[in-house]
Design a protein around this ligand. Structure first.
Ligand code: ZN
Length: 85
């Protein structure tokens, strides 16, 4: 598995432009990168979904997203160590 990812100061889409501190991408460039990888590696979204078990009859992307949002909300509510500000 991949370890914790950290922004590098340059957009991860490959455009070569600088990003704001703490950002992986310029606004909207995450979607450019995502689309490029899906097209190049899978040929399109249906093949991408099927490859990961999300074809009809498999895992349901809408349900997974709803569950992910609920988990994320709970994670945000939990108290964390506060960074010095
Ligand atoms: Zn970019």
């Amino acid at each position: 598995m991949t370890g914790r990812l950290l922004p590098t100061g340059t957009c991860w889409c490959g455009c070569g432009q600088e990003t704001a501190i703490g950002s992986f991408f310029l606004p909207g460039h995450d979607k450019i990168a995502e689309a490029a990888v899906v097209l190049e590696e899978y040929g399109g979204v249906p093949a991408f979904l099927a490859q990961h078990g999300y074809a009809p009859g498999g895992k349901n992307p809408c349900e997974v997203l709803t569950a992910w949002k609920q988990r994320t909300r709970q994670r945000i509510k939990r108290p964390r160590s506060t960074p010095s500000s």
